[in-house]
Design a protein around this ligand. Structure first.
Ligand SMILES: C=CC1=C(C)c2cc3[nH]c(cc4nc(cc5[nH]c(cc1n2)c(C)c5CCC(=O)O)C(CCC(=O)O)=C4C)c(C)c3C=C
Ligand SMILES: [Fe+2]
Ligand SMILES: [Fe+2]
Length: 345
């Protein structure tokens, strides 16, 4: 019997420093997130980052935490519930890090008699530190505990027409009556090194002005290319003039170079160029989370206004909107009645 496992990133159990530390420890010890040899990673994470970061992150989580729990978890649960109501097959939810594990999700499906699973990493774009780690962890779990299960993975859907349409319609609905100078597409950043590491040609991704525009098989695993494509497709759908929108990358960690331009630098630059009314969208995230609600909606507005900006609007992610639920359910139901290995995109 067929079933589905939706997988998102995960959150701490509570916004207290102790729970945040436990969560960050698991997250940052992932070799696809901090991609250095184990001993160095353990030194960096346990010896340095976990001594200071949990306190700071806990403060940020406290600012956005809801009565029901972490926004990312609550939204993912609402989305899951609505998808399950419409889907014709069992649907479970798991998280890459934290208590709601992938193992628990697969177990739930197994208990319902599922032996063929469509795995949906809830990330539109490929990244070693997002979709790839989800895929590898699920395969590992399957080999260890669920060897009777067959897995099929939904590929990155960064330019799937359904995703572009729901994203664009969401933006359109929030832009009604809004007078803006510029729309910033702010994507979660990754270290530049990860782009080079994920390049199967070992030579295409130069992270310059042209590599992401030049056709290459490297783009199947190029996060930067895929982010730019999402922006291009949404801009085409919404007829956004070139000079009225741009890309940036947020949420840096550590001193290595990450993808540029950096979102926080753009917040400071825009007002000096006369872009005083700003709209920000965050297409790397399908659900609102710490990085959108705190870093963009709260901190971002403050940084922009301190630099002389006047109006600032963050457009919410797709979350559990009916259009997004319908799209996901359609992808699931189409797969459930075919034996296609590839599902979308
Ligand atoms: C959109 C996909 C994501 C990629 C790619 C990604 C890469 C990445 N992240 C970190 C470090 C942190 N990220 C944190 C939060 C966080 N990251 C994503 C998504 C991606 N990360 C989400 C959805 C969230 C929010 C989680 C939530 O509970 O709401 C955090 C924790 C918070 C903090 O302390 O800032 C860290 C740390 C790295 C190092 C990385 C790529 C190498
Ligand atoms: Fe992150
Ligand atoms: Fe590229």
């Amino acid at each position: 019997m067929k079933g589905v496992l939706l997988i998102n990133l995960g959150s701490p159990d509570s916004p207290n420093p102790k729970d945040v530390k436990k969560y960050l420890g698991e997250f940052l010890m992932d070799k696809r997130v901090i991609d250095v040899p184990y001993l160095l990673r353990a030194f960096l994470v346990k010896g340095i980052i976990l001594n200071t970061r949990p306190k700071k992150s806990a403060k940020a989580y406290q600012k956005i935490w809801w009565e029901e729990g972490s926004p990312l978890i609550v939204i993912s649960e609402r989305f899951h519930k609505k998808v399950q109501e419409r889907a014709k097959i069992p649907v479970a939810l798991g998280m890459r890090y934290g208590s709601m594990s992938i193992q628990k999700g697969l177990m739930e499906l197994q208990e319902q008699g599922v032996d063929e699973v469509l795995v949906v990493p809830l990330y539109p774009h490929y990244a070693m530190s997002s979709s790839e780690t989800v895929i590898e962890k699920t395969k590992e779990q399957q080999q260890k505990h669920f060897s009777n299960m067959k897995l099929t993975f939904v590929p990155p859907f960064y330019k799937h027409p359904d995703y572009i349409r729901v994203m664009s319609e969401n933006i359109k609905s929030h832009l009604e009556g809004v007078d803006y100078d510029h729309i910033l597409f702010s994507y979660h950043g990754i270290p530049e090194r990860h782009i080079r590491k994920s390049d199967p040609t070992n030579s295409h991704c130069k992270i310059d002005g042209s590599c992401c525009e030049t056709a290459s098989k490297a783009h199947a695993t190029c996060y930067r290319h895929q982010c730019f494509e999402t922006t291009k497709e949404i801009a085409k759908y919404l007829d956004l003039p070139v000079e009225k929108h741009s890309n940036s990358f947020q949420s840096r960690l550590g001193g290595d170079p990450w993808l540029k331009p950096y979102t926080d630098f753009e917040f400071e630059r825009f007002p000096t160029e006369g872009k005083k009314n700003l709209v920000v969208i965050t297409p790397a995230f399908v659900s609102d989370c710490l990085e959108t609600l705190e870093e963009i909606a709260m901190e971002g507005e403050e940084q922009f206004k301190e630099a002389g900006g006047e109006e600032y609007k963050h457009i919410p992610c797709l979350n559990d909107s009916d259009d997004w639920v319908k799209v996901m359910t359609r992808w699931i139901n189409e797969w459930s009645v075919t034996s296609k290995e590839e599902v979308t995109a």
